[in-house]
Design a protein around this ligand. Structure first.
Ligand code: SAH
Length: 244
């Protein structure tokens, strides 16, 4: 009986892969992987393992989600151990839930192997703890992909008035709109923001600024990148430890 392992590849640094993920990768007959998963991980696979790339780049969709689902299904008929490798954690904006539901409906056995999400680990590699006693009691992970002015946005911007850390994933191209929106709900223009590109890898770049100047400061950063908004960003001055 075949099984699909919906596996988190972690944020980039290969050593942030879990032991469980490593075990299923070493045992895989086929690995279906994304752009975000570090390709060095594939070196861990056995010699005759088949690799299928279904990555997506912004504006250049290599495969739509229903076709990715179909690829996973077809491989589950052909092979016994199928690894669906996804960047970070499969259930954090990775559409892993959709893939799991699809497999459930198709009657294919699956297992979920959580991964270290970029939402926490990328700030950590930039010396930014997402919570800190006396500074930020909570953090939110939000999609920055939706244009903030979109009519039917699911984001309730008023929620961001609290003093907590906000991590925007997929938001680099909307950085200006996000900053303007946060100022419009009452955050100070000096409120700290960091943008971290290619975090946890040797290409990591961190830019620190505030809601007013971050868009111009971060304009040369490349994706994948995430945005951290909150007083915790100031801790980087002392906690910066990782040199890319
Ligand atoms: N499932 C993934 C997130 C998928 S959404 C996870 O748990 O990490 C893709 C977004 O994640 C990117 O647009 C970017 O905002 C963020 N991201 C992923 N890897 C990153 C990295 N190494 N550095 C910075 N941001 C990253």
């Amino acid at each position: 009986m075949s099984k699909v392992y919906l596996t988190g590849a972690g944020p980039g640094d290969v050593e942030l892969l879990t032991l469980k993920a490593l075990r299923v990768i070493q045992n895989a007959d086929v690995i279906i992987y994304d752009r975000l998963a570090n390709p060095d991980i594939l070196k861990e696979a056995k010699e005759n393992c088949v690799f299928v790339y279904v990555g997506k780049e912004k504006g250049l969709h290599i495969l739509p989600q229903d076709e990715i689902n179909a690829v996973i299904y077809e491989n589950s008929i052909k092979y016994e151990n199928i690894v669906r490798l996804k960047g970070g954690d499969p259930f954090v904006f990775g559409r892993g839930g959709e893939e799991a539901l699809y497999l459930y409906k198709k009657g294919v056995k699956f297992e979920v192997i959580p991964g270290i999400t970029s939402a926490i680990s990328v700030p950590a590699y930039a010396g930014i703890p997402v919570t800190h006693r006396g500074i930020s009691p909570s953090f939110r992970v939000v999609t920055g992909h939706e244009a903030p002015d979109k009519e039917f946005s699911q984001i309730v911007w008023e929620d961001f008035k609290r003093d907590e850390t906000i991590v925007f994933l997929m938001g680099l191209h909307n950085l200006e709109k996000i900053s303007e929106k946060l100022i419009s709900i009452g955050k100070s223009k000096e409120y700290p923001v960091a943008v971290i590109s290619r975090g946890t890898t040797t290409e990591q770049k961190v830019v620190v600024g505030n809601l007013e100047n971050i868009t111009s400061l971060a304009q040369d950063l490349k994706s994948p990148a995430l945005i951290v908004v909150g007083e915790v960003v100031r801790l980087r001055e002392e906690l910066q430890w990782f040199c890319a």
